[in-house]
Write a protein that binds this ligand. Structure first.
Ligand code: C5P
Length: 408
């Protein structure tokens, strides 16, 4: 897939830079051409010599090198690639990219490039969660910069949390998916539900859950990447809209169902939302007042519509493929198989959400895919990777001749 592809790898100054050497090796093994731009800080962690040997090419680092400029101008360097990868992408280089600075060769190249850019962030957890970095990442995403990771894990500073650079294999997978020009889902339409729902108790209070929407949003992005026309119906989440996707924002399950039905007939529906099971039978129209000495109000609940089951039993309007999720804490596979037949959907993506797995709100997911053919156990992958793998499986399934077509 990567044979002959030209990758410009910007290596910034972080301890994860040592993994970038392995990234170069994996890319070279796939017959990609790799050219490195090393920042001043990056050169403290990896040597130009090592990179030169691995890439079999010159390593660039100096913006004002007359030799480099006469051999290969920095503008040319930025254009002469199919993809620019920043790994590790430190908090500092992300900030400089977001600000549009061009104060060294790496940032000048990044400002001058008209090619897709993939960043693999790597930094201390507090730097990653700092409001400045969060805002910079959001800005860069809005501008179309792609991200892989970071993962949760123990860091060089002995702290635990998100900030660890994705493994070289994961970065290669992200590169492959970005450079895949095939659009197997072109001409297909997809509907994805994501995030939690909010069920009003009164105008100021609601019932909800901890769903982050990360997996659902990643699925919408992956389906769009493979060429599908995607409508994402999302509950309240703090995630940016995936590129190239139509996003419909809703609060309650009733609104989510209405938005899904309004999307019309689609080829595939993926219900990844954590829909609240119950809503208030009669939400109060004014704020429920506390009264001294009075008993707390009894909340009378009533079940919400089941969106997955409704879509699965929609008659002629039914999507060709309906995929549901099963978040379980025990008897994962058995419960998911039972859920598949109860809901009437075609596939179930079952994930273990026991607190120890860190799935809720985390970056990684361990899933089983349950289809009519059986159960596939997938390895632990980033949520982006799960999404791509699922989108790939959906594309394969939709490409199969349907029974009616096969008979023609
Ligand atoms: O019944 P349970 O909530 O475990 O089922 C999970 C699956 O059903 C998920 O795919 C979820 O998006 C979907 N669901 C739904 N509407 C509901 C409840 C769940 O679409 N009211």
């Amino acid at each position: 897939m990567l044979k002959g592809k030209r990758i410009l790898l910007v290596i910034a100054g972080g301890i994860a830079a040592f993994k970038s050497q392995e990234l170069v090796r994996l890319l070279r093994k796939r017959d990609a051409q790799v050219r490195c731009v090393l920042t001043g800080a990056g050169a403290k962690f990896v040597t130009p010599m090592a990179l030169q040997v691995l890439t079999e090419d010159k390593v660039y680092s100096d913006l004002f090198s007359l030799t480099d400029e006469s051999e290969m101008g920095h503008i040319q360097l930025s254009r002469d690639a199919d993809l620019v990868v920043v790994a590790p992408a430190t908090a500092n280089i992300l900030a400089r990219m977001a600000a549009g600075l061009a104060d060294d060769l790496a940032t000048t190249v990044l400002l001058a490039t008209d090619k897709p850019v993939l960043a693999a962030p790597a930094m201390n957890v507090r730097m990653w969660t700092h409001a400045a970095t969060v805002a910079n990442v959001e800005t860069l995403r809005r501008r179309g910069i792609h991200f892989v990771g970071p993962n949760d894990g123990v860091m060089a500073c002995n702290e635990y949390g998100p900030g660890r650079m994705s493994e070289p294999e994961e970065i290669v997978a992200a590169i492959e998916s970005l450079l895949t020009t095939e659009k197997p889902l072109a001409g297909k339409s997809a509907l994805v539900t994501s995030g939690p729902t909010r069920e009003a108790i009164d105008p100021v209070r609601y019932i909800s859950n901890h769903s982050s929407g990360k997996q659902g949003h990643a699925i919408a992005a992956a389906l769009a990447q493979l060429g599908a026309e995607v409508t994402l119906v999302s509950g309240p989440v703090s995630l940016p809209d995936p590129a190239g996707v139509t996003v419909v924002r809703i609060d309650s399950a009733d609104q989510m169902l209405a938005a899904c039905l309004a999307a019309g007939k689609v080829d595939v529906a993926v219900c990844a939302a954590a829909v609240a099971d119950w809503k208030m039978a009669r939400p109060a129209t004014a704020k429920i007042k506390k009264k001294a000495g009075a008993a707390p109000p009894a909340l009378e609940l009533t079940p919400n519509p089941d969106i997955l089951a409704t879509l699965s039993r929609r008659g002629p309007q039914r999507p060709t493929l309906v995929v549901g999720f099963a978040a379980e804490t025990e008897n994962l596979v058995a419960n998911a198989i039972e859920k598949r037949s109860r809901k009437g959907c075609d596939w179930i993506v079952a994930n273990d959400v026991s607190p120890s797995t860190g799935t809720f709100g985390g970056e990684r997911n361990t899933v089983h895919l349950i289809t009519a053919e059986g159960v596939q156990a997938w390895p632990t992958l980033s949520k982006d990777r799960v999404a791509l793998q699922l989108a790939g499986a959906i594309a394969l399934h939709l490409a199969r001749p349907r029974p009616a077509e096969a008979a023609e």
